[in-house]
Design a protein around this ligand. Structure first.
Ligand code: ADP
Length: 281
């Protein structure tokens, strides 16, 4: 089965040792067919999770510009009922957001029970862009790794299933994608000079990612590194990982749903019996 690299809690991550080009043994066509099946499974899982109302799912996407966060969200979660799934994007904080602690804007949009929330960027920006550009002093961002771990542990304690994906592309692939956007009128709106400026900080970002992945991968909120130079493989790996992680809960949800069904049916039968008794009497 194609798989992402699960970051071991407390390990030292070396991104250059993981190939962004890796694409597993299957062909693109096989991957696309399998992805289709997995998209259906994700849709079914969401329905059951919603009905059982016991857990929520939080999926976090991070990656360099053009790493494919938008594409992965569409490609993997495109079949999930929008009534049960929300995408949240985190941009440069507003003045109000900056006037609060860095988790304030994040905590507000974590998923309630039954729901899936997909984060396009996240609180990790506060140890990534913030660190690379010295937006706060080092002694402030250094403490955030522990704060993030505590925050995510608290969410997990409240029945949030957390999965975090780093979309790993190469610097050469990023250049190709940026240039391709310039030649594509439908994608050119995404262009900004800032993307090229940020590219100059590639190594600093990779180092910041290595720290974030190593320090903040925990049993209850693991980080996965996804080879993302090939979009079809990226989507396949993410979908496999989410389906596999959620599978373990399905029995519990099915039991809850069965109990709920029995209670509702008993109520209905009691109501009918009462109606019949009234008609007779
Ligand atoms: P996209 O996510 O599609 O690239 P934008 O081009 O609007 O969307 O980029 C969002 C920008 O917001 C990124 O450059 C990102 O680094 C920045 N950003 C997100 N969170 C923070 C934060 N906490 N502090 C500073 N900048 C942030």
């Amino acid at each position: 089965m194609p798989s992402a690299t699960l970051v071991k809690p407390g390990s030292k991550v070396s991104l250059k040792d993981i190939s962004p080009d890796y694409a597993g043994p299957q062909t693109k066509e096989e991957a696309e067919a399998r992805l289709n099946t997995l998209r259906g499974e994700l849709e079914a899982q969401q329905e059951i999770m919603y009905a059982a109302g016991e857990h929520s799912l939080l999926v976090i996407f991070q990656g360099m510009d053009t790493s494919g966060k938008d594409g992965a969200i569409r490609g993997v979660f495109g079949d999930v009922n929008p009534a049960g799934c929300r995408v949240e994007s985190f941009k440069v904080p507003t003045e109000e957001e900056r006037a609060h602690d860095f988790l304030w804007r994040v905590h507000k949009v974590t998923p309630r029970r039954g729901m899936t929330a997909v984060f396009n960027r996240s609180h990790y920006e506060d140890v990534l862009v913030v660190r690379v550009h010295d937006l706060v002093p080092k002694k402030v961002w250094k403490k955030r790794y522990d704060t993030i771990n505590q925050f995510e542990a608290m969410l997990a304690d409240s029945n949030t299933i957390i999965l975090k994906f780093f979309l790993h592309i190469s610097k050469e692939e990023q250049e190709k994608r940026l240039i391709a956007r310039e030649g594509d009128v439908e994608k050119a709106w995404k262009l900004s000079a800032a993307d090229w400026r940020e590219r100059d900080y590639w190594d600093e970002y990779q180092a910041a990612y290595e720290d974030a992945l190593g320090k903040c991968s925990t049993d209850v909120a693991p980080w996965y590194i996804v080879p993302a130079n090939r979009k079809w493989y990226r989507n396949l790996v993410i979908a496999e990982t989410v389906v596999e992680a959620v599978k373990g809960y399905r029995k519990e949800w099915a039991r809850t749903l069965e109990m709920m069904s029995q209670e509702r049916l008993a109520e209905l039968h009691a109501y009918r019996a009462q109606q019949q008794a009234q008609q007779k009497g």
